[in-house]
Design a protein around this ligand. Sequence first.
Ligand SMILES: NC(=O)c1ccc[n+]([C@@H]2O[C@H](COP(=O)([O-])OP(=O)(O)OC[C@H]3O[C@@H](n4cnc5c(N)ncnc54)[C@H](OP(=O)(O)O)[C@@H]3O)[C@@H](O)[C@H]2O)c1
Ligand SMILES: *[C@@H]1O[C@H](CO)[C@@H](O)[C@H](O)[C@H]1NC(C)=O
Ligand SMILES: CC(=O)N[C@H]1CO[C@H](CO)[C@@H](O)[C@@H]1O
Length: 308
Amino acid sequence: MLAGLALLLGLYVLFYYNVVKGRRCRNETSLRGKTVLITGGNSGIGKAAAIDLARRGARVILACRNKTRGESAVYDIRRESGNNGVLFMNLNLASLKSVRAFAEVFLKSEPRLDILINNAGVLSAGQSEDGLNLAFQVNHLSHCLLTRLLLDRLKRCAPSRVVVVASDAHRSGKIDFENIHKPVATKWKGFLSYCNSKLANILYARELANQLEGTGVTCYALHPGLVNTHLFSSLADWLSTLFLPISWLFFRSPTDGAQTLIYCATQEGIEGFSGRYFANCQLKEPRPHARDDGVAKKLWEFTEKMGG
Ligand SMILES: NC(=O)c1ccc[n+]([C@@H]2O[C@H](COP(=O)([O-])OP(=O)(O)OC[C@H]3O[C@@H](n4cnc5c(N)ncnc54)[C@H](OP(=O)(O)O)[C@@H]3O)[C@@H](O)[C@H]2O)c1
Ligand SMILES: *[C@@H]1O[C@H](CO)[C@@H](O)[C@H](O)[C@H]1NC(C)=O
Ligand SMILES: CC(=O)N[C@H]1CO[C@H](CO)[C@@H](O)[C@@H]1O
């Protein structure tokens, strides 16, 4: 009995360190003098990454929708990194108007932008303030508009980067131009919308890399792993009861989940892989439907039109 338990524990520890935890980004790239903008940097993967980037000396701007949560994260990140150059700025990705207002304020008040991290995301049904599918707008559309509005600044600060936090959930996604932007009501459809938006993230990074060729701005999409964060808090109550022990045992901590994001933001020498997809701090091939350059191009045009 005891031997069995010990064996089980041993197997779990092996599994934890080899599969759950994932690789660490050991690079020591300094970011002194550079400015990083991260959406949704107040929680989960974004906050963990922000601490690391602030430790490297970057000026870090958290673009978040809630002032209380944003400023409390600023406080934590300053304390943990010892860097006081961490700021909150208001951005609600569920509103295109807010994206435009944010970009205006940002461009006026910040002279540099070296690393843009499109990290914020929702896994839920519902609609945005613009009447669109919430996951589509927050995870994809608004980030595309934000990137477009800040692109000249990135180009001026080149070599610079755009990092897109996508997901292996793209496997279950599809791009249906008739419906992808339409709001959905049920949790299941909200989950499918999430998968669609994460597929859109990867296709977007591919096309963005094409458009940016020769500018010194590169971009990367990534899968952070399964990470224990607030992302899943919209699940049904009975599901979250089931979910809690599973995520506790088998999901990464936010710090472990931030490693590939940190890698894509800081690793020198990956510029030749602009537009590609990363997981566990290395290149990964996404599913074939996430490598379809024809769809990527069409999605780009569709997105530009929707963003106005
Ligand atoms: N966790 C995973 O297992 C996993 C796996 C694959 C990919 N990802 C991706 O990782 C990214 C970060 O997620 P996370 O796991 O760290 O979850 P999280 O802790 O819930 O963080 C999500 C962040 O997005 C922000 N956000 C949501 N809606 C927003 C809006 N309308 N405007 C501005 N900000 C908004 C949240 O702000 P509030 O605090 O105000 O809600 C929060 O800061 C997401 O893109 C997600 O798709 C996560
Ligand atoms: C902001 O976050 C705080 C703390 O989570 C919450 O109490 C408050 O209601 C939120 N404000 C808005 C406008 O959502
Ligand atoms: C500590 C560490 O791994 N540093 C690496 C960071 O990246 C450069 C360029 O690829 C390497 O030369 C360093 O060894």
